[in-house]
Design a protein around this ligand. Structure first.
Ligand code: FAD
Length: 495
């Protein structure tokens, strides 16, 4: 039997593999790519619209990206880096809109003001300081602030209705925030890839194992999930974009750089409302402050969502615990990922993060009524019958070795590459899909370094991402040009 041989193997049909595939095909149309997806369709795990919150993370409203320093000042470093990364996604998506990859930008992205809302003296003080610092910065100029209940009621009527008028409250607003349907992006990108020669998609196939060949390419074992037929594929470059499934694959690949990594799965739930009278009264993503001891990704928010053209409201997330690494995974995922080399980091993290364990237990114990009570602290007049519980996607948080602590829990994303760059894995899920383009370009810069330095690829990159290689905040003229271009192309310009 002849073994199929390709230039690039993309494991997983989520937004990350889709983005990398499109970037590569635009840069080098003759490249041969095979994408393998274990589900019957692509984009059904974390990238699916209902499995994530669809926030185009730009740090406009997410308070966890701007922590307060011990001296009381606001640390904006993370906010600046996330906002800059999102600008790269917006530019790439604009390029693809102009190329006809999407029927319409509103198919996947919709203008949704990004707002923060807090109550209580200390939180109001924090938000005031945050606004004072951020509105001075070119990336966040135009952010509005108010403590006036009447103004806030016009920004977020559901949240202000029925609230104690004596309560100290404050909010900020950025009008050009976005709600993104990453499921639509994934499907549209892969649909377009599948129309091009030199791209093949195999669904209902699972990657099972890896072998390094003498010529430094990879022999990859794949298994058809329905009848169990096993096959092999040979590839020069392998990307493990398998979401929660990336960790076991990294372990199977056996590269030295992956030794010691473990994963801690956190599941999520939303309250969803589709009642038109309620949905029509809220048109924003409103983020609050995370409860004490809660992990950063558990910041509560009340969001307008547009998924497959349908408008709805989402509140959450409520965290949960399961031992699965994928929503459609196995309960044995966690136990099977334990190795001699990651046992210490995992145990250390377990011992040190008792606050997280307590938080997860308390979340798991919540009844539907308890969840509605949480919702009422944002939307005081919420009615139980208007909301349904929905299961979100899985996040596998990274656990890694740490010289000082023995083991460390990370809430971000990490790219792990073999020394020669021929195999790359993406672990973690935050800030996630919003920064997919920057992360994938980063992978190209190391694994395709020679081609990326060529004039042909550089020129194409500047065509796809006009600010490529430049720092937006260092060139305010460029920032303005790029913002005007993306907001207009993606129909995000405020009225
Ligand atoms: C609750 C929640 C809320 C989130 N909110 C946001 C948000 O508001 N904004 C944001 O930007 N990001 C958000 N994210 C993160 C974002 O969803 C993820 O970062 C992103 O979707 C990851 O894409 P991916 O392609 O890596 O993974 P996935 O979309 O999970 O795709 C991986 C694919 O690999 C397949 N696969 C797995 N193992 C194998 C195998 N062995 N062989 C073949 N195929 C395999 C899976 O079936 C899956 O289709 C959120 C995530 C969660 C869970």
């Amino acid at each position: 039997m002849a073994v199929k041989s390709v230039d690039v193997l993309l494991v997983g049909g989520g937004v990350m593999s889709a983005t990398l595939g499109v970037l590569l095909k635009q840069l080098e149309p003759s490249i041969n790519i095979l994408m393998i997806e274990r589900n019957e369709k692509v984009g059904l795990e974390s990238s699916d619209g209902w499995n994530n919150a669809g926030t185009g993370h730009a740090a406009y409203c997410e308070l966890n990206y701007t922590p307060e320093r011990p001296d009381g000042s606001i640390d904006m470093d993370k906010a600046v880096s996330i906002n800059s990364a999102f600008e790269i996604s917006l530019q790439f998506w604009s390029y693809l809109v102009n190329k006809g990859f999407f029927p319409d930008p509103q198919h996947f992205i919709n203008r949704t003001p990004h707002q923060s809302f807090v109550w209580g003296e200390d939180n109001v003080e924090f938000l005031r300081k945050r606004h004072a610092a951020m509105s001075q910065h070119p990336l966040f100029a135009g952010m509005e602030y108010s403590e006036d209940p009447a103004v806030l009621a016009s920004w977020m009527p559901l949240i202000m209705d029925g609230r104690d008028p004596g309560e100290k409250v404050a909010g900020t607003r950025v009008l050009h925030g976005a709600d993104v349907d990453f499921g639509s992006i994934t499907r549209d990108l892969i649909y377009n890839l599948a129309k091009q020669p030199g791209f093949e998609l195999l669904v209902s196939h699972e990657v099972k194992g890896f072998k390094r060949l003498d010529d430094q390419s990879w022999s990859v074992t794949i298994r058809e999930t329905i009848q169990g037929k096993v096959d092999r594929v040979q590839s020069k470059f392998v990307f493990l974009g398998a979401g929660g499934g990336s960790l076991p694959l990294l372990q199977a690949a056996g590269i030295e750089e992956g030794v010691g990594y473990g994963g801690f799965p956190v599941s999520g739930q939303w309250l969803v409302c589709k009642k038109p009278e309620v949905v029509e009264r809220h048109s924003a993503k409103v983020y609050g402050k995370a409860p004490l001891g809660a992990p950063p990704m558990s910041v509560p928010h009340l969001d307008t969502r547009v998924i497959d053209g349908e408008k709805a409201l989402l509140f959450g997330p409520f965290a949960g615990f399961t031992t699965k690494f994928l929503k459609q995974g196995s309960f044995l995922d966690l136990i099977k990922s334990i190795r001699f080399n990651n046992l210490v980091p995992m145990m250390r993290v377990g011992i040190r993060h008792t606050d997280l364990t307590r938080y997860l237990i308390s979340e798991v114990m919540l009844s539907t009524e308890d969840r509605i009570e949480c919702l009422r602290s944002y939307y005081p007049q919420a009615q139980l019958d208007d909301w349904q519980l929905a299961i979100a996607g899985q996040r596998v948080q990274i656990i890694k070795k740490d010289k000082k602590l023995g083991g460390k829990l990370e809430f971000g994303t990490e790219v792990i590459r073999s020394a020669d760059g021929s195999l790359v894995a993406l672990l973690g899920a935050s800030p996630g899909a919003s920064t997919a383009v920057e992360t994938m370009i980063g992978i190209l810069e190391t694994s395709f370094a020679k081609e990326m330095a060529s004039e042909a690829w550089l020129e194409k990159l500047r065509d796809m991402v006009p600010s490529y290689g430049q720092v937006l905040v260092d060139d305010l003229e460029l920032l303005k040009r790029v913002r005007d271009y993306t907001l207009t192309t993606l129909k995000l310009t405020p009225p």
